[in-house]
Design a protein around this ligand. Structure first.
Ligand code: FAD
Length: 116
């Protein structure tokens, strides 16, 4: 592993970004205001333009054309993001994540309390 002071590589950047996106979705309101929806849409639509991994950004842009973000509420948004992440997982040969476990992973922790 590279020293912690190195600039992030594509994998570290990916982990940090997924952490931010899934956590933000997990705490997004179930009934967002029009302003919250608009800002979430801006955040997501900025990724294909600004994400600093160009092939990742263009791949995401393509999948967002077929599957536009669902910012109607936290459950729908978390599911949408899980599906986009799974598309990347699939293309990299990684395990498909069970999208019913999104809240457990990013918000509540496991029922055994080991993350409390
Ligand atoms: P990550 O995929 O980073 O996942 C982190 C954690 O999220 C996992 O440990 C797991 O607990 C959880 N998780 C996994 N899947 C899901 C899911 N579907 N829903 C919710 N939680 C989940 N890398 C490339 O090489 N090529 C690309 O084209 C590419 N595109 C990317 C596009 C975006 C928008 C982002 C944010 C990252 C992209 N990456 C890409 C990086 C890649 O997705 C991984 O982040 C990186 O390979 C590190 O993988 P990892 O195994 O550590 O876990």
């Amino acid at each position: 592993t590279r020293p912690a002071y190195c600039p992030p590589d594509v994998e570290q950047l990916g982990r940090a970004t997924w952490t931010f996106l899934h956590t933000t979705a997990a705490y997004y309101p179930e009934r967002p205001t029009p302003n919250q929806r608009a800002n979430m849409l801006n955040l997501l639509h900025s990724l294909p333009i600004l994400y600093p991994c160009s092939h990742c950004a263009s791949h995401l842009g393509e999948t967002m054309k077929t599957n536009p973000p669902d910012v109607s509420g936290r459950i729908a948004l978390s599911r949408w993001l899980c599906e986009r992440h799974n598309e990347v997982n699939e293309s990299l040969g990684k395990k498909i994540f069970d999208c019913t476990k999104t809240d457990e992973r990013w918000k509540d922790g496991p029922p055994d309390g080991s993350c409390d």
